[in-house]
Design a protein around this ligand. Structure first.
Ligand SMILES: [Zn+2]
Length: 242
């Protein structure tokens, strides 16, 4: 089963930017079919939070889509909002420290949300990039404070901090690396140094095409079906209880 955990859907709006063109449920399903992707994790974009659309998508296609709840922890009632959407069936927390203006290592801001994820037994998935807001060491900081919660490290903190992302994944069994944006070279290094059990397929659709990500993983797996199967679906199926 091919499962990709990191993608975005939204309703188009005339905002004069990339959000103008909607990325609908129908559209992602069509592209999943073209590439042979069985299931996809979806969340809203940080720029225009609409968790209700994600709930609708998951309810309409529970065999194809599972949703993460995007939370801006700086907004009032962040904890109550997270509980509300987890109660509605969303399967994890999504964070975007850079776009929402905080640091992932901010315990006062994030500990209450992570504790809720621990209570519900769902993973924490955060954007990880080349900026200070979401450096791999912050993921490690949280992962060590909440050893029972699983953390999905978005983009493997590509491009600048892949080496540090690999390092913290080596040191912490509850950190998983996601493949989007990461160069083939980094995915190969992660397989070698962390192992295929803690790497998960991520296209970050519509930023990329499912076929490209699958090809990248295929090449990185270098003919090893077991490695390919784990990264392209088995690991996230286990993490999300799909
Ligand atoms: Zn993304």
């Amino acid at each position: 089963m091919i499962i990709d955990h990191h993608n975005h859907i939204w309703v188009g709006e005339q905002a004069g930017g990339f959000l103008d063109e909607g990325m609908s449920v129908e559209r992602i399903l069509r592209e999943m079919d073209v590439a042979g992707v069985d299931m996809a994790g979806v969340c809203t974009v940080a720029q225009a939070i609409n968790n209700d659309y994600v709930v609708e998508a998951q309810n309409a296609h529970p065999d194809r889509l599972f949703g993460f709840c995007m939370i801006n922890p700086r907004l009032p009632d962040a904890g109550a909002t997270l509980r509300h959407y987890l109660d509605k069936g969303l399967k994890g927390l999504k964070l975007h420290p850079r776009l929402h203006g905080y640091q992932l290592g901010d315990h006062a801001l994030l500990d209450p949300l992570i504790a809720i994820c621990g209570e519900y037994g769902v993973p924490v998935f955060s954007h990880g990039g080349s900026e200070e807001n979401d450096h791999p060491f912050y993921f490690e900081e949280l992962a060590r404070s909440f050893p029972k919660v699983r953390f999905l490290l978005g983009h493997m903190c590509a491009l600048n901090f892949c080496d540090d992302a690999i390092r913290v994944a080596q040191r912490n069994g509850n950190i998983y690396l996601d493949t989007s944006t990461a160069e083939l070279f980094s995915v190969k290094a992660a397989i070698k140094q962390v192992g295929a059990d803690r790497i998960v397929m991520s296209t970050d659709w519509p930023g990329n095409d499912f076929r490209m990500e699958l090809l990248k993983i295929q090449i990185a797996a270098d003919g090893n079906e077991d490695v390919f199967g784990k990264i392209a679906g088995e690991n996230i199926r286990r993490i999300m209880n799909l």
